[in-house]
Ligand binder design. Structure first.
Ligand SMILES: [Fe+2]
Ligand SMILES: [Fe+2]
Length: 154
Protein backbone atom coordinates (compact mmCIF):
# COMPACT_ATOMS: atom_id res chain seq x y z
CA UNK A 1 0.00 0.00 0.00
CA UNK A 2 2.81 2.40 0.81
CA UNK A 3 4.27 1.90 -2.63
CA UNK A 4 1.15 3.53 -4.10
CA UNK A 5 1.67 6.72 -2.14
CA UNK A 6 4.75 7.92 -3.97
CA UNK A 7 3.01 7.50 -7.32
CA UNK A 8 -0.18 9.23 -6.29
CA UNK A 9 -0.37 12.63 -8.07
CA UNK A 10 -0.90 14.79 -5.00
CA UNK A 11 -1.78 18.38 -5.71
CA UNK A 12 1.17 20.58 -5.01
CA UNK A 13 -0.94 23.38 -3.50
CA UNK A 14 -4.14 22.08 -1.97
CA UNK A 15 -6.60 24.96 -1.68
CA UNK A 16 -9.53 25.35 0.66
CA UNK A 17 -12.93 25.61 -1.00
CA UNK A 18 -14.72 28.95 -0.96
CA UNK A 19 -18.20 28.64 0.52
CA UNK A 20 -21.03 28.64 -2.02
CA UNK A 21 -23.60 31.41 -1.67
CA UNK A 22 -27.15 30.27 -1.11
CA UNK A 23 -30.32 31.92 0.12
CA UNK A 24 -29.55 30.99 3.73
CA UNK A 25 -26.60 33.40 3.49
CA UNK A 26 -28.88 36.26 2.43
CA UNK A 27 -28.73 39.31 4.72
CA UNK A 28 -32.03 40.57 3.32
CA UNK A 29 -30.49 43.41 1.32
CA UNK A 30 -30.15 42.79 -2.42
CA UNK A 31 -27.16 45.10 -2.90
CA UNK A 32 -25.19 43.58 0.00
CA UNK A 33 -26.10 40.06 -1.15
CA UNK A 34 -24.86 40.95 -4.64
CA UNK A 35 -21.56 42.21 -3.19
CA UNK A 36 -21.18 39.05 -1.08
CA UNK A 37 -21.77 36.90 -4.19
CA UNK A 38 -19.15 38.92 -6.10
CA UNK A 39 -16.65 38.52 -3.25
CA UNK A 40 -17.15 34.75 -3.24
CA UNK A 41 -16.72 34.63 -7.04
CA UNK A 42 -13.50 36.64 -6.76
CA UNK A 43 -12.38 34.21 -4.06
CA UNK A 44 -13.01 31.28 -6.40
CA UNK A 45 -11.03 33.06 -9.16
CA UNK A 46 -8.07 33.33 -6.78
CA UNK A 47 -8.37 29.67 -5.75
CA UNK A 48 -8.39 28.59 -9.40
CA UNK A 49 -5.13 30.49 -9.92
CA UNK A 50 -3.59 29.00 -6.77
CA UNK A 51 -4.39 25.53 -8.10
CA UNK A 52 -2.68 26.33 -11.39
CA UNK A 53 1.03 25.64 -11.26
CA UNK A 54 1.65 28.02 -14.17
CA UNK A 55 -0.06 31.00 -12.50
CA UNK A 56 2.34 33.92 -12.18
CA UNK A 57 2.78 36.04 -9.03
CA UNK A 58 1.37 38.97 -11.06
CA UNK A 59 -1.81 37.03 -11.80
CA UNK A 60 -2.20 36.03 -8.15
CA UNK A 61 -1.52 39.61 -7.06
CA UNK A 62 -4.15 40.88 -9.51
CA UNK A 63 -6.75 38.41 -8.25
CA UNK A 64 -6.04 39.39 -4.66
CA UNK A 65 -6.24 43.08 -5.59
CA UNK A 66 -9.71 42.47 -7.05
CA UNK A 67 -10.75 40.98 -3.69
CA UNK A 68 -9.26 43.90 -1.76
CA UNK A 69 -11.01 46.46 -3.98
CA UNK A 70 -14.37 44.72 -3.68
CA UNK A 71 -14.03 44.25 0.08
CA UNK A 72 -13.33 47.98 0.57
CA UNK A 73 -16.43 48.92 -1.44
CA UNK A 74 -18.47 46.34 0.40
CA UNK A 75 -17.26 47.25 3.90
CA UNK A 76 -17.99 50.95 3.29
CA UNK A 77 -21.56 50.30 2.12
CA UNK A 78 -22.26 47.72 4.81
CA UNK A 79 -20.95 50.01 7.56
CA UNK A 80 -23.03 52.95 6.28
CA UNK A 81 -26.17 50.78 6.29
CA UNK A 82 -25.46 49.42 9.78
CA UNK A 83 -24.87 52.99 11.01
CA UNK A 84 -28.05 54.31 9.39
CA UNK A 85 -30.06 51.50 11.01
CA UNK A 86 -28.52 52.05 14.46
CA UNK A 87 -26.72 48.71 14.74
CA UNK A 88 -25.60 48.45 18.40
CA UNK A 89 -22.48 46.42 17.52
CA UNK A 90 -21.33 48.74 14.71
CA UNK A 91 -17.98 49.60 16.35
CA UNK A 92 -17.09 45.92 16.75
CA UNK A 93 -18.23 45.20 13.19
CA UNK A 94 -16.01 47.96 11.86
CA UNK A 95 -13.08 46.59 13.92
CA UNK A 96 -13.57 43.14 12.35
CA UNK A 97 -13.71 44.66 8.84
CA UNK A 98 -10.56 46.69 9.53
CA UNK A 99 -8.68 43.66 10.87
CA UNK A 100 -9.57 41.68 7.73
CA UNK A 101 -8.50 44.58 5.49
CA UNK A 102 -5.18 44.82 7.36
CA UNK A 103 -4.64 41.10 6.83
CA UNK A 104 -5.48 41.45 3.13
CA UNK A 105 -2.98 44.31 2.82
CA UNK A 106 -0.29 42.14 4.42
CA UNK A 107 -1.12 39.29 2.05
CA UNK A 108 -0.89 41.67 -0.91
CA UNK A 109 2.58 42.77 0.21
CA UNK A 110 3.64 39.14 0.63
CA UNK A 111 2.38 38.23 -2.84
CA UNK A 112 4.16 41.28 -4.28
CA UNK A 113 7.39 40.08 -2.64
CA UNK A 114 6.75 36.51 -3.87
CA UNK A 115 7.04 35.21 -0.32
CA UNK A 116 3.47 33.96 -0.14
CA UNK A 117 2.66 30.40 0.81
CA UNK A 118 -0.22 29.35 -1.45
CA UNK A 119 -1.72 26.96 1.08
CA UNK A 120 -1.67 29.60 3.81
CA UNK A 121 -3.09 32.24 1.45
CA UNK A 122 -5.95 30.03 0.32
CA UNK A 123 -6.75 29.01 3.89
CA UNK A 124 -6.88 32.62 5.11
CA UNK A 125 -9.07 33.79 2.22
CA UNK A 126 -11.47 30.83 2.46
CA UNK A 127 -11.78 31.17 6.25
CA UNK A 128 -12.33 34.93 6.05
CA UNK A 129 -14.99 34.56 3.34
CA UNK A 130 -16.75 31.83 5.30
CA UNK A 131 -16.74 33.77 8.56
CA UNK A 132 -17.50 37.16 7.05
CA UNK A 133 -21.05 36.33 6.04
CA UNK A 134 -22.15 33.57 8.40
CA UNK A 135 -20.52 34.70 11.64
CA UNK A 136 -20.19 38.48 11.29
CA UNK A 137 -23.00 39.61 9.01
CA UNK A 138 -25.93 37.25 9.56
CA UNK A 139 -26.16 38.02 13.32
CA UNK A 140 -26.80 41.70 12.47
CA UNK A 141 -28.89 41.23 9.32
CA UNK A 142 -31.83 42.97 10.99
CA UNK A 143 -29.75 46.17 10.66
CA UNK A 144 -28.89 45.55 6.99
CA UNK A 145 -32.34 45.58 5.47
CA UNK A 146 -32.46 49.09 4.05
CA UNK A 147 -29.90 50.88 1.95
CA UNK A 148 -29.74 54.58 2.96
CA UNK A 149 -30.78 56.45 -0.23
CA UNK A 150 -27.97 59.00 -0.09
CA UNK A 151 -25.29 56.27 0.19
CA UNK A 152 -26.88 53.69 -2.11
CA UNK A 153 -24.41 54.33 -4.91
CA UNK A 154 -21.35 54.07 -2.64
FE1 LIG B 1 -19.51 42.67 7.61
FE1 LIG C 1 -20.57 41.64 4.45
Amino acid sequence: MNAMQSKHPLKQHPVKPIPKWSSHLSVGNAKLDEQHITLLELGRNLMRLLETDTATPDQIHGALEDIVRQSRLHDALEESILAANGCPTLAEHIRVHQAARNQLDTLLEEVASSIVNKTVLSGLIADWMGHHISENDLPVKDYMKQTPPARAAA
